[in-house]
Design a protein around this ligand. Structure first.
Ligand SMILES: Cc1cc2nc3c(=O)[nH]c(=O)nc-3n(C[C@H](O)[C@H](O)[C@H](O)COP(=O)(O)OP(=O)(O)OC[C@H]3O[C@@H](n4cnc5c(N)ncnc54)[C@H](O)[C@@H]3O)c2cc1C
Length: 183
């Protein structure tokens, strides 16, 4: 998180109203609440937050649709899982014998392809959407509010809802005002 994020937002926002003289040690929280209440959310763009998510590739495919953010994601082109255990993120309700077999077959086929000299960027085609992945996402606070509104929502995929729920838990207390009523 940008250091002193709320104070920075207040400092920037008060330029609009020329009310810098009203800044005190504790004025930032109420100022930020006022900005949100008035939908003056452009001011929130002065601070950013970075999060690391561990989820599956189906969920990250949805996450990266958010255009006002920067991403770094574990690459199935450059990472070679030939000598590693391949991890999948599957809801326990789905874990029937048939699904377990499918995942095992997928892992075995990938490893056979790698052993036969097929590069990871081709071998990855046999791995399913529930392949575990890691993604780092950086966005400004206005965009994070937008992402949480859409993705920590009943209309979102259950795995996405759970991920966003965990993300909201990880938001540091000092900036929780930015995400009030979203948790
Ligand atoms: C429940 C749910 C179901 C979905 N289902 C589907 C689906 O079936 N198929 C599918 O393809 N997608 C689907 N999506 C993805 C959705 O269409 C958006 O791509 C995604 O939610 C990103 O949202 P956004 O464009 O509002 O936000 P962001 O890309 O995060 O942008 C934030 C905001 O910036 C502004 N903005 C950004 N770029 C532009 C621009 N070029 N022009 C003008 N304003 C801009 C907008 O105000 C936007 O709301 C779904 C999303 C959700 C939450």
């Amino acid at each position: 998180v940008t250091p002193n994020a709320l104070q920075l937002i207040e400092r920037a926002g008060r330029v609009c109203y020329k009310s810098e003289d009203k800044i005190t040690a504790s004025s930032a929280i109420d100022f930020v609440k006022m900005l949100i209440c008035r939908n003056h959310e452009a001011v929130l763009e002065h601070a950013t937050m970075t999060m690391l998510f561990v989820t599956d590739r189906g969920i990250t495919h949805e996450l990266v649709r958010h255009r006002l953010a920067s991403y770094c994601q574990e690459s199935t082109r450059y990472c070679n899982y030939g000598n590693k255990e391949i991890e999948f993120v599957v809801d326990s309700l789905l874990l029937s014998d048939q699904v377990r077999k499918l995942l095992q077959d997928s892992e075995d086929t990938y490893k056979t392809l790698i052993k036969d000299g097929v590069p990871p960027q081709y071998a990855r085609d046999v791995l399913p959407t529930c392949l575990k992945t890691e993604i780092v996402m950086t966005a400004n606070m206005r965009e994070w509010r937008h992402v949480f509104k859409l993705r920590h929502n009943r209309a979102a995929h259950p795995k996405m809802q759970r991920l966003m729920s965990l993300a909201l838990w990880e938001v540091p207390d000092e900036i929780s005002t930015l995400f009030a009523n979203m948790g």
